[in-house]
Design a protein around this ligand. Sequence first.
Ligand SMILES: [Mn+2]
Length: 425
Amino acid sequence: MRFIHTADIHLDSPLRGLSAYPDAPAEPLRGATREALRQLVTLAIEERVDFMVIAGDLYDGDWPDFNTGLFFCAEMGRLQRAGIPAFVLFGNHDAESHMTRALRLPDNVRRFSANGCEVHRLEHLKVALHGRSFKKRDTPENLLTSYGEPLRGYVNIGVLHTALEGHADHASYAPCTLEQLHAKGYDYWALGHVHEHRVWTGRSTICFPGNLQGRSIRETGRRGAVMVTIEDDAPPQLERLYLDVLRWEHVAVDVSACDSLDAVGRTTGRALARLLEEDAQVPRALRLTLQGETGLHGELFQRGGELRAHVLAEIAALAPERLWLEKVRLATRPLDSVLGSTPASAALGADALADLQALLAEARQDETLLQELRADFAQMLAKAPELATAVGEEQPLLRQVREGDLAALFDQVLPGLLARLAACD
Ligand SMILES: [Mn+2]
């Protein structure tokens, strides 16, 4: 017996942040969540699975019009013609009270009630599916207490939308513990809500399939559903299915071995080539972070525009049609000894630089000076409010300015400044 477990499809939800990728064709990407579902249904039909489970947040929220529902009906119709039932549970995003529109779904689709735990049986397979949908978006109570005992002689599958014991990125709805899930004595728990793929084994096999399609740079890497195979009394076997049609990637590249901007470009290019070795056909929205201890630290900050051009050149040579650069983040650290690492330092006089460094190190501790600087920065931010909000999260330097963390700012900026001075003849 084989079935597909999916969750958090968030059908028709916009992909956030695509405007930051000037080269990405935004229009076709608008339908990414639909395309991922279409691929899932196609796979289910090709693989002749016995049924499909959707464990909540099928919809992203109330439909603006009927198009979202019509699309889902059409996909479920394809499953129906292939003789595949689908079991749908609703979560916080598509809770009963939250949806003002509805359409009759094809007869192969069975929903879980929000009024109590409902059990759907597939007699020919001896499968019992237990589940309870969300009535309201805010569901702080443990829904598990309403789930019944496993049915004897059946494979028991629990379907539940839950944050478990809490998850940093997800509201803690319908909380419960892994122990409580195991204690129910079901064979498999088809969970939804947490967008990262997770599996726990033990008395039961418990799984978050992850969301079907990443929706922002916060949801990176391969996404999809899970194929579950249950044979006789063996524990369920899981296979991940990758169905995302656009992938968000955050790639960190260590540039500590690079001695020039060219070398940074080459190293980055190699990392991106490795990235494309997997699922080469899937387009990627890319955020790049350069890290490592390097004598180029100051130069990278100063030559941001050139650096981006170097990275774009690598992308252009590799796969411009399916690799789109958002931004290059700098998280490099200066070399411990800036003076020793700058070949031209002798020209200026290492003594003078050492004096300057000592002076600046002192300034870093000077509370009066720091107060003045904070006031200056506050003025600057007041004049350019977009600096204070829009780019703040992604620019460590700006964040430090905003938070008045000037000591950290000094540590970031001084090595570059010294390196620059040392390089002057
Ligand atoms: Mn959810």
